[in-house]
Ligand binder design. Sequence first.
Ligand code: C5P
Length: 232
Amino acid sequence: MGKDIIIACDFSGREELLGFVEKFGERKLYLKIGMELFFAEGPGIVREMKAKGHRIFIDLKPHDIPNTVMRAMAALSKLDVDLCNLHAAGTIAMMEAAVKGLTRADGTRPQLIAVTQLTSTSEERMREELLIERPIDEVVMQYAQNAKAAGLDGIVCSPLEVPKVKNAYGESFLTVTPGVRFADGDIGDQSRVTTPANARELGSDYIVVGRPITAAADPLAVYERCMTEFVG
Ligand code: C5P
């Protein structure tokens, strides 16, 4: 399976994104477009980036009734995104509906991964606000198991969790991992971070890297360094 770097394009609008992508010349990138950019610019921004030859991970994390998610996913499939996600908390029925919606008449579909528990949710909040009594690690693994049972391709997780996830659900179960920083870099608001080299050793399939590249004085140089460490 090809390892790659997905750049988190947490920009507020099209001009900022275009200015950023321009710095990479003709290079074909794998870009993550999240709610901020998608809600500001709409699907046109995805079409524009796809037309330039970039791959797109659309990070919108739907969580709704199965029929609504199925229909939303069918729309994403027509947009020709490469990777998309949803909240595993929507249950297996919702995830199965998502796979159905994404699958085109010819049987192809974008890859689909699940978000388990958000890293911003602590065990304490889970227990006190959501009344989920089990340890958070167990909840994350249960959500991953549900995602696998529903036919999803993998999950978003920390690089530190990759060995455990691969061990439980197989090498081909995709792990897409944010929380990556260079050994000599600023960790910012992330807490549990690993380097690109360490993420590679742990077996991540894709690392999601935002500010270390987007906020760099020379994004291309940082991207190349990241590629060398992660892909080799
Ligand atoms: O700038 P930075 O490298 O921290 O960006 C990481 C990206 O991955 C952001 O778009 C962030 O929303 C996303 N993400 C994360 N942690 C998660 C899930 C997603 O950092 N658990």
